[in-house]
Write a protein that binds this ligand. Structure first.
Ligand code: SF4
Length: 246
């Protein structure tokens, strides 16, 4: 028997893991699952409110049990600022501006962010009588699955519960289409202000690259047009008078 508390990072990511747990529950007598939205990383507050509301509406519609009261207070947001933001700020101040350093800085930041959320998850699980914890985060190919596993296991051990780690990435495409079919809001950045800035920067770079590509094609087309025109002029200058094309 397993009484599982599943951390939901957002509704679109929770759809497939919750479906899988429910299917498995059906073959495992006595097993049960509840969801917990523990995400003090989501900024700004309006975005947090929106993702939480989308999650709550979906969970209610699906009849999922939700463990309430573990996210959204001033203290929750402050806990993230205290545990994670200083590391992100230090990385920005170092301004290494090279890919390896950026990736390392992101891993450090995300590790602390996972640690904080799983700590709150595992503490809530132990307090509320759950015997296992899991997370929906691994459905996203943008998350760091290895780091998630390490932090989930460590949090579970600290609180005497079991970590049910699973890599849900094989269900990512299915989760995208399922959430679209349900008309869910799908955010375009992970959650914190740093991830928003990174996502905005990446989108701007992709947009600039597309504009550059279009400009290259336009210039090439113009060049080809000019060459064709010059060729025709040269040909007409070499034609004898009275020459008629056949
Ligand atoms: S990118 Fe996502 S996981 Fe990483 S620190 Fe920001 S909110 Fe947390």
């Amino acid at each position: 028997m397993r009484n599982l508390l599943l951390h939901a990072c957002c509704a679109p990511c929770a759809v497939m893991p919750a479906t899988l747990f429910r299917q498995r529950e059906a073959h495992s007598p006595g097993a049960s699952m509840a969801l917990a939205f523990i995400n003090p990383n989501i900024q700004p507050r309006d975005e947090h409110r929106l993702r939480r509301e989308v999650f709550a509406a979906w969970a209610a519609q699906e009849g999922h049990r939700v463990l309430e009261g573990h996210d959204g207070s001033q203290e929750d947001f402050a806990s993230w600022e205290k545990a994670v933001a200083p590391v992100a700020e230090a990385a920005l101040a170092a301004n290494a501006n090279n890919q390896t350093a950026d990736e390392r800085a992101r891993e450090n930041r995300c590790r602390l962010c996972y640690r904080l959320r799983f700590e709150q998850l595992a503490a809530a699980a132990a307090r509320e009588g759950f015997d296992a914890i899991a997370t929906t985060l691994t459905i996203s190919p943008y998350q760091l699955a290895d780091v998630i596993e390490q932090e989930l296991v460590a949090a579970a051990m600290r609180h005497g519960v079991t970590a049910c780690f699973e890599d849900y990435r094989p269900w990512y495409a299915q989760s995208v289409s399922a959430s679209r079919e349900l008309g869910m809001y799908r955010q375009n950045y992970c959650g914190c202000r740093y991830s928003k800035a990174e996502a905005d920067k990446a989108r701007a770079a992709r947009k600039a690259a597309r504009a550059q590509e279009r400009e290259k094609k336009r210039a090439l087309k113009q060049e080809q047009g000019q060459e064709q025109e010059q060729g025709q002029t040269a040909l007409s200058e070499t034609r004898p008078s009275g020459w008629m094309p056949c």
